[in-house]
Write a protein that binds this ligand. Structure first.
Ligand code: CAA
Length: 393
C-alpha cells in the first residue's frame, strides 16, 4: 500500500525528491549537454552538495534508483519520473557514470586577452559579491550603479563580509584596506571605457539587459569582453544586440558569490574560442571552478536544482511539513540547506522566474511552477530579503 504523504519516512521524503533529480542529471549526460565532471562539479561547487548527482548514483547503484523511479512513473505518469535510457542501460549492463570523468591530461585554459581591470554593472546581492570576488583576487574593479546610495550599498556589503572574515581570523585589516582600495564606484557607464571585461548583474529583464548591452557595446573599448551573469535569459539574443557577438559570454555566479565556488561559463554559437579560454582562465585565477555549457534555459545547475525545489513545494502542498522536508534533505543526502531554506535565500521571485523559463523551454507538465510559489510571490513573501518567505526571519 502507498503510504499517505504525511506518513512518509525521512528516507522516503528524500528519495522522492532526489531520484528525479538524479534521473535528470543522467539525461543531461545522455543529451551530451555537459560532461559528467561538469555536471557533478556544477552541483558540488554551485550548491555545496557533498557529491554530484552522477557520483551519488554510482554510489547508491543505478538499478536501485531506476527501479524506484519505474514504480513511481507507473503511479504518476509524469515523464520526469520515467527512467531515462542511459540510466536504464547502466542499470542493466553495469558500469559507471563517472569513471574517467576528470578529463586527465586536459590542458589548462590560457588568458588570450590581458585582463587588468574588471567592470561590474549592478549593485544588488550578486553584483556586490562579484565585485568582492574580483577585488579579493587582486583586480582593479570599476562598478557602476544608478546612485551613490546604491554604490554605498555595495561597499557596505563587502565591508561587512571582510569584517566578518577579520573577526574569524581569515583576513587582516590590511587585506581589507587593500581590497577596498581596488574599488572605484561610478554612476556613469562611461567609466567602463577602459576596462578589459565587464560582468553585468542587473535586473533579470530582457528589455533592461538589451538596453545595457547596446550601450556597453558603444562604450567599451574594442576587444573588451562582455559577460552576463544572467541565470534565465537567452545570452545569444543579448549577443546579437551588439556588434561584438564573439566577445559576449555567460559567467553565471552563485549566491552568495564570495562563498560558492562555481561559475558556469556559457558560450553561444557566436562566442569566440579565445574569449571562452580567457574567461575559463580568469575564473580559475579568481579561485573559482568553471564548468562549461551551452545557452539553454537553466544551464546545468538551475535546470537540475529548481525542478527539485519546485517538487519540494508540491510535496509540502500534499501535507508534509516544511521543517520535516528541510531536515530530511539535510539528514539523508547532506545538502547544506533544505529546499525551503534555500528558496528563501535565492528569493521566491527569482525562483519563480527560473521555473517559468524551464517550463517554457522544456514544456514538461511536471515543471509547471508550484501554486504556492506563485502565491508567495503575489503576496510579497519573497524570502530572507523581505523578512518572510517559506520561513519567517
Ligand atoms: N556573503 C559572504 N560570505 C558568506 C555569506 C554571505 N552571504 N554567508 C556565509 N558566508 C561565509 C562565512 O563567512 C563563512 O566563511 P569562512 O568559512 O571563511 O569563515 C562561510 O561562508 C560559511 O558560512 P557559515 O559557517 O556562516 O554558514 P554555513 O556553513 O551554513 O554555510 C553557505 C553557508 C555557504 C551559504 C551554505 O549554507 C551553502 O553552501 N548553501 C547552499 C547555497 C546554494 O545552494 N546556492 C546556490 C543557489 S542557486 C543560485 O545562486 C543560482 C541562481 O541563478 C539563482
Amino acid at each position: 500500500m502507498i503510504p499517505l504523504m504525511t506518513e512518509l519516512t525521512t528516507e522516503q521524503i528524500a528519495q522522492s525528491l532526489i531520484y528525479p533529480y538524479l534521473n535528470h542529471a543522467v539525461k543531461f549526460l545522455q543529451d551530451d549537454y555537459a560532461t559528467a565532471a561538469d555536471i557533478d562539479n556544477g552541483m558540488r561547487f554551485g550548491c555545496g552538495y557533498p557529491v554530484g548527482p552522477l557520483a551519488y548514483l554510482d554510489s547508491v547503484g543505478a538499478a536501485a534508483v531506476r527501479d524506484a523511479l519505474a514504480v513511481r512513473y507507473a503511479e504518476t505518469g509524469d515523464n520526469l519520473h520515467k527512467p531515462v535510457e542511459l540510466l536504464d542501460r547502466v542499470a542493466d549492463e553495469g558500469g559507471s557514470f563517472t569513471a574517467g570523468a576528470d578529463a586527465a591530461g586536459a590542458v589548462a585554459p590560457q588568458l588570450k586577452h590581458e585582463i587588468a581591470t574588471v567592470g561590474v554593472v549592478g549593485t544588488g546581492t550578486m553584483a556586490s559579491g562579484i565585485v568582492q570576488v574580483f577585488a579579493q583576487a587582486g583586480y582593479d574593479v570599476v562598478f557602476v550603479g544608478r546612485s551613490q546610495d546604491k554604490l554605498d550599498g555595495v561597499l557596505g556589503y563587502i565591508t561587512k563580509n571582510l569584517d566578518r572574515a577579520i573577526s574569524r581570523g581569515k583576513a587582516t585589516e590590511d587585506d581589507k584596506q587593500a581590497i577596498l582600495g581596488r574599488l572605484t564606484g561610478a554612476t556613469e557607464r562611461s567609466a567602463l571605457a577602459q576596462v578589459d571585461i565587464v560582468v553585468e548583474a542587473i535586473a533579470e529583464d530582457l528589455a533592461i539587459k538589451t538596453e545595457l548591452f547596446t550601450d556597453l557595446d558603444a562604450i567599451l573599448k574594442p576587444g573588451a569582453i562582455l559577460a552576463t551573469t544572467t541565470s534565465s535569459l537567452p545570452i545569444t539574443q543579448l549577443a546579437e544586440t551588439t556588434n561584438r557577438p564573439g566577445d559576449v559570454i555567460g559567467m553565471h555566479f552563485f549566491n552568495p558569490a564570495p562563498v560558492m565556488k562555481l561559475v558556469e561559463i556559457v558560450t553561444t554559437t557566436h562566442t569566440s574560442p579565445e574569449v571562452d579560454d580567457t574567461v575559463k582562465a580568469l575564473t580559475a585565477r579568481v579561485g573559482k571552478v568553471g564548468v562549461s555549457c551551452g545557452d539553454r534555459a537553466g544551464f546545468i545547475v538551475n535546470a537540475l536544482l529548481f525542478p527539485y525545489l519546485n517538487d519540494a513545494i508540491k510535496l509540502a502542498e500534499s501535507g508534509v511539513g516544511l521543517g520535516t522536508i528541510d531536515a530530511a534533505i539535510k539528514e539523508q543526502v547532506g545538502f547544506p540547506m533544505g529546499p525551503f531554506e534555500l528558496l528563501d535565500v535565492v528569493g521566491n521571485d527569482v525562483s519563480l522566474a527560473i521555473q517559468k523559463e524551464l517550463y517554457a523551454e522544456f514544456k514538461e507538465p511536471g515543471l509547471a511552477p508550484a501554486e504556492t510559489l506563485e502565491q508567495k510571490v503575489a503576496e510579497g513573501r519573497l524570502g530572507r530579503k523581505s523578512g518572510e518567505g517559506f520561513h519567517t526571519y
